[in-house]
Design a protein around this ligand. Structure first.
Ligand SMILES: Cc1cc2nc3c(=O)[nH]c(=O)nc-3n(C[C@H](O)[C@H](O)[C@H](O)COP(=O)(O)OP(=O)(O)OC[C@H]3O[C@@H](n4cnc5c(N)ncnc54)[C@H](O)[C@@H]3O)c2cc1C
Length: 456
């Protein structure tokens, strides 16, 4: 059967549902297609479950440190099933609220099936063919499972399957020392597992400045996480009931053994089974859909929003894609994706809040910079909370006084960074930021101070 719609949205992740909502509210007849779980990665196997688990891991960590605060507590135990049940409840609640909103939405039909283009104006969706004037692709990404030697001989986990475990791994090997891997590594260590991180690059989070990577390494090692960087030749083999992971490091044992292995080595777009050739939509060599500043593909009535366009890899970038596309299409705005300032957080404890350029990134662009730094040991709120690991670092253009970027690795860093994000968005100069009166005692109050103490 052929069904006609004004607009079809493919994928109910972070951009698809609000896009469907705006289009439907504007009076269009809309179809929203989802082949798996409504809410996509963030709700089901990304942000929501991991941040919920991280909260449990933090509670366990703080309970173990109770004596540091003068609090008497008995031995700390972690009930992994209860931890996972709490996570499932938060995820289920989030997904079902979204589901109820979408199912009750006037002018919008939620269709649960896989979508594949047959032509630039038609889609195969289950048994039906859908025809529309406009299409919005929001198909997201999935975990990469590389063709490592021996991978077919062992059982490995991704962020999706790890979140379905019902028993705590005895010894978890996390392959990949970037954002996803580090969050899982620290939380599982805090739940009581032995954890080893195996990273190919010479250091963790290699996109950050070296001092940030080094501080994160120290934080994790202090909690007993083993870290093996420079793992040039990762390979797998069964080792009794366990799994041996070859690391080929220049020093130390040539392999590590774990009861479980998590692969956290990157994400690839879900564009390989979407029939993009039939629609004439161009992708880059890695399968990301090419878009212009308006988030339109090379086919003018087809947009690509969220992770699948390679212009962001976060929930907030996906949602911002929706805001830009909707404003331009429905409100006559002229917003551009290139206007946004990169910002994100790594939810280790303490977290890393980041915005704009790193020091190394600014220098690589030929900028002459001044740097402000303050250790968390000199942030009153952090001292009072007994959480003094990390530092504040700001990067300022020497010639123009423009704020180029910042990193706040420390307690509350994921929140405190927002002052800098908003200042950069508003074009506030570093010297003006330095004069802001902030609330005492907060982590944020020392950010203006850091801008006032730049290197010469
Ligand atoms: C472990 C982990 C933790 C994360 N934590 C954070 C965090 O703390 N903060 C943050 O900002 N980001 C985080 N992210 C990233 C974040 O989850 C993603 O950036 C975000 O979900 C992207 O949203 P999206 O809308 O582009 O795609 P998705 O949320 O992936 O949604 C895409 C949807 O499209 C559907 N789909 C795909 N192909 C088809 C098809 N052919 N037909 C029909 N439906 C289809 C999928 O089933 C899916 O539901 C995390 C990711 C991971 C893996």
């Amino acid at each position: 059967m052929t069904r006609r719609f004004d607009s079809v949205v493919i994928g109910a992740g972070q951009a698809g549902p609000p896009m469907a909502g705006r289009l439907a509210a504007a009076g269009q007849k809309v179809a929203l297609i989802e082949r798996n779980l409504v809410g996509g990665t963030c709700v089901n196997d990304g942000c929501t479950p991991t941040k919920t688990l991280i909260a449990s891991a933090y509670a366990a960590h703080l309970a173990r440190r109770a004596a540091d605060f003068g609090v008497a507590a008995g031995p700390v135990g972690v009930d992994f099933r209860a931890v996972m049940a709490r996570k499932n409840a938060v995820v289920d609640n989030s997904r079902s609220s979204l589901e109820s909103w979408l199912e009750g939405m006037a002018n919008c039909t939620l269709i649960r099936a896989h979508a594949r283009f047959l032509s630039p104006t038609t889609l195969q969706v289950g048994e039906d063919v859908l025809e529309a004037e406009r299409f919005f692709i929001n198909v997201g990404c999935r975990a990469v499972v590389p063709d490592f030697p021996g991978i077919d001989r062992v059982r490995t986990l991704t962020n999706t399957s790890l979140l379905e475990l019902d028993a705590l791994p005895r010894r978890l090997v996390v392959v990949g020392g970037s954002y996803v891997g580090l969050e899982f590594a620290q939380m599982f260590r805090r739940f009581g597992a032995e954890v080893v991180i195996v990273e190919k690059a010479p250091r963790l989070t290699s996109r950050e400045d070296e001092e940030v990577s080094e501080a994160i390494r120290e934080i994790l090692e202090a909690e007993g996480v083993e870290i093996r960087c420079g793992a040039e030749c990762i390979r797998f083999a069964p080792h009794g009931a366990d799994i041996a992971v070859g690391v080929d490091c220049t020093s130390g044992e040539p392999e590590v053994v774990g009861s479980h292995v998590l692969l956290a080595v990157g994400r690839r777009p879900n564009t390989d089974d979407l029939g993009l050739d039939a629609a004439g939509v161009r992708t880059d060599a890695r399968g990301f859909i090419e878009v212009d500043d308006d988030l339109r593909t090379n086919v003018p009535h087809i947009w690509a929003l969220g992770d699948c366009n390679g212009r962001g890899a976060f929930t907030h970038t996906s949602y911002n894609d929706f805001e830009i596309a909707a404003a331009n299409l429905l409100d006559g705005a002229a917003r551009k994706v290139s206007d946004r300032i990169p910002a994100y957080a790594l939810y280790t404890d303490p977290p890393l809040g980041r915005v704009g350029l790193t020091e190394a990134g600014a220098k690589a662009k030929g900028r002459s910079v001044r740097i402000g730094r303050r250790p968390m040991t000199r942030v009153g709120r952090a001292v009072e909370k007994g959480e003094t690991r990390g530092f504040i670092k700001v990067v300022v253009d020497r010639k123009t006084d423009a704020i180029l970027g910042a990193a706040i690795l420390g307690v509350g860093g994921d929140e405190a960074i927002h002052g800098v994000i908003e200042a950069m968005a508003a074009g506030v100069a570093a010297s003006a930021y330095a004069r802001v009166m902030a609330i005492h005692p907060t982590v944020s109050e020392l950010v203006p101070t850091t801008f006032g103490e730049l290197s010469l």
